[in-house]
Design a protein around this ligand. Structure first.
Ligand code: ACM
Length: 390
């Protein structure tokens, strides 16, 4: 007789700690996906049942709870992680037990594991577009600020290589702060920025201290029209922790913004708000957490199993009409074809989309190709920037 027991999957997101705002959104994006799968009859008549643990923004807890999910809860598939340090902590566990991790977060690239599927942006799907946009519109004299761990170090290394392609590029500073940095921790950096007057700031600050950075920047009187912050990690979730208007005028590159006007996105947001209310701000990592559940469920229906060797052939190359557009898992590197966009924060904390890809950009996690070529169409929002003589 066919197995009709619930199918358990593991969800590892931080509901407490410095990255809990984005972690909670990833958890709720996953739960929305699971509810939709279950409302459609589950997978092969089996209800998908999440086993949820709070990883408390601590990589050691990620590793311990990944092992608990596998050994005690007997799950074959885990969905989770935000900070790259947490993903790096989980990989040895997932590989040792030959299980599968879906990772719904932008990251620094230069990684492959047969036991991972990466549904967030690789650097050729966000860093390249941000570097191209900022240097074309503001100039190539940059100042880099990041949280002190692997993702910001590596993402800054890539950003430095990208801006060097521009004439008159200059690195005016590269500073790191602790993960729970307060506004006071940013003061000496802001004084340095005031003295050096870069064309733009590249921020790889993550989690709660993102609000401290933007708040301190606004309080210091810096003008985003002239010297904006550009980021890959400042999403609607982090902006919701700031005072109204604190991020207005700054930029983020991401495959997904809440403001995408497509029917698929608008309907998804409506379903989410009906079910979960307005407490959590949908963002790029929420969307990846949502659509990867559907990619998994569709592959399971074809494989009839969540055993990695049976599931992967159906998962790799598979597609889903996600809120950002039709995404596809690249079979050769387990990353996802995505739609890069550049957004500028408006007064309400939403993103006005300045540029967007007209077709999916293939993941190139090793940045084999990293020229700052044209990848988008110009949209009516396109600003007249100082570098263009404004
Ligand atoms: C990150 O640590 N990948 C945001």
């Amino acid at each position: 007789m066919a197995n009709k027991d619930p199918l358990r999957i593991g969800l590892l997101f931080s509901q407490t700690g410095v990255t809990s705002r984005i972690g909670q959104s990833q958890l709720q994006g996953s739960l929305l996906g699971i509810e939709e799968v279950n409302e459609a009859g589950g997978v092969d008549g089996r209800e998908v049942q999440p086993v949820v643990y709070d990883t408390q923004s601590d990589p050691r807890r990620y590793a311990a709870l990944a092992e608990k999910l596998i050994v005690e809860d007997r799950v074959n598939t885990i969905f989770g992680c935000y900070m790259s340090s947490s993903r790096k902590a989980v990989i040895p566990i997932i590989e040792r037990w030959n299980k599968l991790l879906f990772y719904p977060t932008l990251y620094e690239g230069f990684e492959f594991s047969n036991n991972l599927v990466y549904t967030g942006a690789a650097p050729n799907q966000n860093s390249v577009q941000l570097a191209e946009y900022m240097t074309a519109n503001f100039g190539a004299r940059a100042y880099l600020i990041g949280s002190d761990y692997i993702y910001p170090w590596e993402s800054n290394r890539i950003m430095k290589e990208l801006i060097q392609q521009r004439p008159h590029s200059e690195l005016l500073g590269e500073r790191y702060v602790k993960l729970d940095a307060s506004e006071a921790d940013f003061q000496p950096i802001l004084e340095d920025i005031k003295a050096k007057q870069p064309d733009f700031i590249f921020s790889t600050v993550v989690g709660d201290s993102t609000a401290s950075l933007y708040q301190a920047y606004a309080n210091a009187g810096f003008d985003p029209q002239r010297m904006p912050i550009a980021s890959l990690t400042t999403s609607e979730a982090e902006i919701s922790q700031m005072q109204q208007g604190a991020a207005a005028g700054h930029f983020t590159a991401a495959p997904y913004f809440q403001s995408i006007r497509s029917d698929v996105n608008q309907r998804c947001l409506e379903r989410f708000r009906r079910r979960f209310g307005h407490g959590v701000m949908p963002n790029l990592c929420w969307e990846a957490a949502y659509f990867q559940i559907h990619l998994f469920a569709n592959a399971f229906r074809q494989a009839g199993s969540d055993e990695i060797n049976l599931l992967l052939p159906h998962l790799l190359g598979s597609e889903f009409h996600a809120p950002q557009g039709k995404v596809r898992i690249d079979a050769s590197n387990h990353h996802t074809c995505l739609f890069p966009r550049v957004g500028r924060v408006d007064a309400q904390g939403q993103f006005a989309i300045m540029r967007e890809a007209t077709r999916p950009v293939h993941p190139d996690p090793y940045l084999v190709t990293h020229s700052l070529g044209d990848w988008t169409v110009k949209l009516p929002n396109q600003i007249k920037a100082p570098a263009e003589g404004g």
